[in-house]
Design a protein around this ligand. Sequence first.
Ligand SMILES: NC(=O)c1ccc[n+]([C@@H]2O[C@H](COP(=O)([O-])OP(=O)(O)OC[C@H]3O[C@@H](n4cnc5c(N)ncnc54)[C@H](OP(=O)(O)O)[C@@H]3O)[C@@H](O)[C@H]2O)c1
Length: 245
Amino acid sequence: MELQIATDGLKGKIILVTGAGDGIGRTAALTYAKHGAQIILLGRTVAKLEAVYDEILALGGLEPAIIPLDLKGATQKHYQEMADTIEAQFGHLDGLLHNASLLGTLSPFHQIDETVFDDVMQVNVKGAFLMTQPLLPLLKKSAAGRLIFTSSTVGHSGRAYWGSYAISKFATEGMMQIIADEYSNTPLRVNVINPGGTRTQMRASAYPAEDPQTLKTPEEIMPLYLYLMSAQCEETGQCFDAQPK
Ligand SMILES: NC(=O)c1ccc[n+]([C@@H]2O[C@H](COP(=O)([O-])OP(=O)(O)OC[C@H]3O[C@@H](n4cnc5c(N)ncnc54)[C@H](OP(=O)(O)O)[C@@H]3O)[C@@H](O)[C@H]2O)c1
């Protein structure tokens, strides 16, 4: 698998990135823009999205669109309206990176709080589910549609105390496999990325005693994000580690 993507490898592609205001999503949005894509920035904190918008323009990228949306409260109606707007403005969608997630609270299984469980499942699973449904017809209109979900090491191997978050990531991997199978005879490619430990706010919340300098930066894991979004990607239905052991 050759991960090298030309600097104009995503030229003119319309790519939606969720959680684009911070962490890995922010870096993915900037990286895709640097490779020629027009980015739809989705997130819950408008000021952060506007800062990424400014950064993309400053580096000479195509003007992004901003969709302020909190996946926690969003309903089917919001996602349908969003898809209608994207279709009216762009006609189709080339790529969707499901990146936004909630960590919730790490705790012993018997102490998992129902509200935390509901919030994590709502954002990480139901949000991605409801958003994907109306966007699939737009991805199918692309000559090389790419749908990427984000999981975690605890999304395919359960680990003590990772409760709601790990359960949500198992569900995410299952959702990816179902869609990949349904579209296996089409140009649409559907995969999961496991970023591995990466220097972000979420990682710092999960491992407060860890030295962040020991971790890879979001920039360092971008080759896989680029490859899976590119026309070069032929694989579908797979989970890829951005930091293989
Ligand atoms: N970092 C790691 O080590 C690591 C390891 C394995 C997997 N992952 C996965 O990688 C992805 C990115 O993680 P990260 O470390 O970059 O996390 P992060 O630094 O916490 O960034 C997450 C982004 O998602 C947004 N977001 C969270 N809840 C949202 C909601 N309800 N509606 C809309 N946007 C929301 C956040 O918005 P705000 O900016 O407004 O907070 C933020 O921009 C996640 O799926 C995570 O599970 C990360």
